[in-house]
Design a protein around this ligand. Structure first.
Ligand code: NAG
Ligand code: NAG
Ligand code: NAG
Ligand code: NAG
Ligand code: NAG
Length: 400
């Protein structure tokens, strides 16, 4: 191979950079081990996968402990009686460390006593998106090997939670697949769309990859996948562009999104909403309407939650030939402060086609996140809703 002389200075510079970053590692005073940071692959894109596993614990949340192959985990601060969260980043066009890693690690360690392992595959993830995708299988195998070592130490599979961002979400799916879908939980944060929307479930994140799989979609109109891939899929603000958006969803939210592994919901799409200004959070309830009789046209029902000072509305759409429709309703006060619900059947009376003048059915609601065994509360009778008329019911809930 003929070496391009113009590339030499670049390579020398890259080696110098690598050396200097290796020496820049500071030592953590608590545990005495050297802190390791993510690699930077600007000049050597696509060369080799070079995966690094960095362990973070609550005693040193800012100091990554490099887990070396072989005996690395045994001789580290890894605590096998705690749960383990494995963070996998996605495509890094410029080969740089993801800016959100530190924030996410800190947020997780702030709320819970766990082992956090950040997977650095910056090298394999640079350059062109398709070549990053080509590295995914090998990366997933490396991560699986580390997990197998954890399992050999007596760690239970259910205590492992993979958090994968974008392309990393599908890597998490593959890892879960390699472990027979028996790992505890996979959270896909904005699972990548390109090359995955039409992939088979084996190739992408799907509900079979762990006991509980959830996905949070925030960019479904661009790089994110549009199809549901988990047991629960949250489509934040419709899943596309975010209002005045915080760049990342806080691990607090992740914890709260937890739904019991014991009683898995069927695959649900949840459209999650945030308010455009801090503190971003609103309260959410799942609202459902069950028709007494299926209809051969689409049925739309407007639901409004009223408190003393607020009114918040969502529209339930029941597809034709189906019995039930559900929707996420975002409300500004907790459900216990909602004192009535107004239902309005939006009938489309057109002179050439007369819609039925009323529908009969049942209304149910539950605050989110669902508790382990929280079931929906339903209004205890069949409701008759005339077309385009507000019908209000008291909700006898009170704050505990
Ligand atoms: C174990 O870790 C300690 C401190 O991090 C280090 O000094 C020691 O050499 C390691 N032992 C082995 C066998 O790797
Ligand atoms: C591991 O975590 C458990 C539970 O928090 C704790 O009781 C124990 O002391 C930890 N072990 C070590 C070696 O830090
Ligand atoms: C709503 O108004 C009623 C009547 O004024 C009052 O009794 C109740 O405490 C208010 N509820 C809240 C949550 O403010
Ligand atoms: C949830 O289920 C457990 C055991 O199945 C039961 O003891 C508990 O009371 C239930 N909690 C609620 C809120 O229903
Ligand atoms: C380890 C490995 O498979 N690396 C590959 C990542 O993708 C680039 C681009 O396709 C390849 O050149 C590497 O060999």
């Amino acid at each position: 191979m003929v070496e391009d002389p113009k590339r030499k200075p670049l390579i020398v510079l890259a080696v110098l950079l690598l050396l200097s970053s290796a020496q820049a590692g500071n030592t953590d005073s608590l545990s005495g081990h050297r802190c390791t940071d993510f690699q930077t692959a600007n000049f050597l894109r696509g060369s080799k996968l070079k995966v690094q596993f960095l362990l973070f614990t609550s005693s040193s949340p800012s100091c990554g402990e490099l887990i070396l192959a072989d005996n690395g985990i045994k001789n580290s601060s890894f605590n096998s009686s705690l749960e383990t969260k494995i963070i996998i980043h996605g495509f890094r066009a410029l080969g740089t460390k993801p800016s959100w890693i530190e924030g996410l690690v800190h947020a997780i360690l702030h709320t819970s006593q766990v082992n956090v392992i950040a997977v650095d595959w910056v090298y394999g993830s640079t350059g062109a998106y398709p070549s990053a995708v080509e590295n995914v299988t090998q990366l997933a195998l490396s991560i699986s090997q580390v997990i197998s070592k954890l399992l050999a130490l007596g760690v239970s599979g259910t205590s492992i939670h993979i958090i994968g961002v974008s392309l990393g979400a599908h890597v998490g799916g593959l890892v879960g697949h390699f472990h027979g879908g028996q790992l505890g939980r996979i959270t896909g944060l904005d699972p990548a769309g390109p090359k995955y929307t039409r992939a088979s479930p084996e190739e992408r994140l799907d509900p079979g990859d762990a006991l509980f799989v959830e996905a949070i979609h925030t960019d479904a109109d661009n790089f994110g996948i549009r199809i549901p891939v988990g047991h629960i899929d949250y489509f934040i603000n419709g899943g596309k562009d975010q209002p005045g958006c915080p760049r990342f969803i806080s691990a607090g939210l992740l914890e709260q999104a937890g739904v019991s592994v014991r009683k898995l919901p069927k695959e649900v799409k949840v459209y999650l909403m945030t308010s455009p200004s801090a503190p971003f959070c609103v309260h959410h309830s799942l609202v459902e309407f069950h028709l007494q009789k299926k209809r051969n046209i689409v049925t739309s029902i407007e639901i409004t939650f009223c408190s003393n000072s607020t009114k918040d509305t969502a529209k339930i759409t029941i597809p034709k030939h189906q019995e039930m429709g559900k929707r996420l309703l975002a409300h500004r006060v907790p459900l216990c402060q909602i004192n009535s619900v107004t239902l309005k059947y939006l009938s489309k009376n057109q002179f050439w086609r007369k819609d039925e003048s009323f529908i009969v059915g049942k209304f149910c609601a539950a605050p989110l996140p669902l508790d382990s065994n929280r079931t929906m509360s339903c209004l205890p009778w069949d409701l008759t809703l005339p077309g385009n008329t507000d019908i209000s019911y008291e909700l006898p809930t009170a704050c505990a």
